[in-house]
Design a protein around this ligand. Structure first.
Ligand code: GAL
Length: 364
């Protein structure tokens, strides 16, 4: 996927594109003397998920190469803490804000304060809703993430070859994260025809987004729901597939399944995921999780850094979607990157050859 070409480009920026690498690694970088351009505030949701740590490190590295200082803050899924962090960044005179929101609808007031000071705001990965103050949005094709997850269920079960009927349970992400609906709708666009045709049966009857959402993407909540579904619905039958929107949720689901006797002679169901977190890649190698959707956070960081730098140097960031992401107030100009399905057949090529993990990290 090509990265957007900025309108005005410095030597340092070109070097960022050619040298930034490593998920969460401290890759050696070419040093370039750049002018000191002020501080960028980066507000991310949590360090409990490895991907956000990688996003933060990549952005820090790339901004610093361009001559910016960074103030990287994680709010550990505490919405008020994230608002205070943003207030602090605005008070300190940060030149721009890059925000991965916890609750996408809770930042309107604090962003109005930033806008009053003409501070550009980039919505990072998750769309911030109900505000007129966003400059741009950098993310992956979120609908496609769900399509990839559901397609892997269809393929692994052999539904296209006419196999079935099979049982399926559905999990979605956090209802306050705009992405969660996109993932779920993308997945249902593929699964619903099979459900309607009786080839997939959601035996619990729980198919509404509100019913299957998982607050704050919490694996423990997902584990408890899976355990309860198994004891209420699956005493006399097996569950054949589970749609899970994110690796941390998938690991909770797998724990519940194993505690209920799956994983030995009773095979685990097909289970999806997202983010290519190391712990889940290991489960893919061992055959416990079926797939994950890989989103190269190094690339997303590049897009956000380029957007920000372009705005701060008088350029106009490149976008490739001006239709899909309506935040309730306006359609936010967006750059979408492409997610990639990863399973046992291609994880080495995509993740190891692509430099995201080393083989030792995965097999160690
Ligand atoms: C979503 C994000 C996913 C996953 C999830 C849980 O917003 O797009 O990649 O990280 O949050 O953190």
């Amino acid at each position: 996927m090509p990265v957007p070409k900025p309108m005005r480009w410095s030597l340092a920026a070109v070097l960022v594109l050619t040298t930034a690498s490593g998920c969460g690694s401290t890759a050696a970088m070419t040093t370039v003397s750049s002018p000191q351009r002020g501080e960028i505030g980066i507000a991310l949701p949590t360090t409990t998920s490895a991907r956000w740590v990688g996003d933060g490190e990549s952005m820090q590295r790339q901004f610093e190469l361009l001559g910016y200082r960074t103030d990287l803050q994680y709010a550990e899924d505490d919405v008020n803490k994230q608002i205070s962090q943003l207030e602090q960044m605005i008070a300190e005179g940060d030149k721009a804000l890059v925000i991965g929101a916890i609750d996408g609808s809770a930042l309107k007031d604090v962003l109005a304060k930033a806008a009053a000071k003409k501070i550009p705001i980039i919505s990072y990965d998750r769309l911030i809703r109900d505000t007129p103050d966003l400059s741009y949005y950098a993310t992956f094709d979120n609908y496609k993430v769900g399509v990839l997850q559901a397609t892997s269920i269809v393929d692994d079960l052999g539904l296209k070859k006419g196999k079935g009927p099979f049982t399926l349970e559905l999990f979605a992400g956090s209802a306050d994260d705009n992405n969660a609906t996109f993932f779920f709708n993308g997945a249902m666009s593929v699964l619903q025809p099979y459900i309607s045709a009786g080839k997939l049966e959601v035996a619990s009857g729980e198919t509404a987004f509100a019913k299957v959402a998982t607050q704050r993407w919490d694996g423990k909540i997902a584990k408890a729901r899976m355990a309860s579904l198994l004891s209420s619905t699956y005493t006399g039958k097996r569950v054949d597939a589970v749609l899970s929107p994110y690796d941390g949720i998938s690991r909770g689901i797998i724990e519940a399944l194993k505690e209920a006797g799956y994983g030995g002679s009773k095979a685990l169901p097909v289970i999806t995921g997202q983010d290519a977190e190391l712990d889940s890649v290991k489960l893919i190698v061992s055959g416990e999780q079926s797939e994950t959707v890989y989103k190269d956070t190094r690339e997303l960081a590049k897009v956000a850094v380029q957007m920000t730098n372009s705005l701060l140097t008088g350029g106009k960031p490149e976008v490739n979607d001006t239709k899909q992401y309506d935040n309730g107030v306006e359609v936010v100009p967006t750059f979408l990157l492409q997610p990639v399905n990863v399973d046992k057949s291609n994880y080495e090529r995509v993740l190891v050859d692509g430099g995201y993990y080393t083989a030792d990290q995965i097999n160690g």
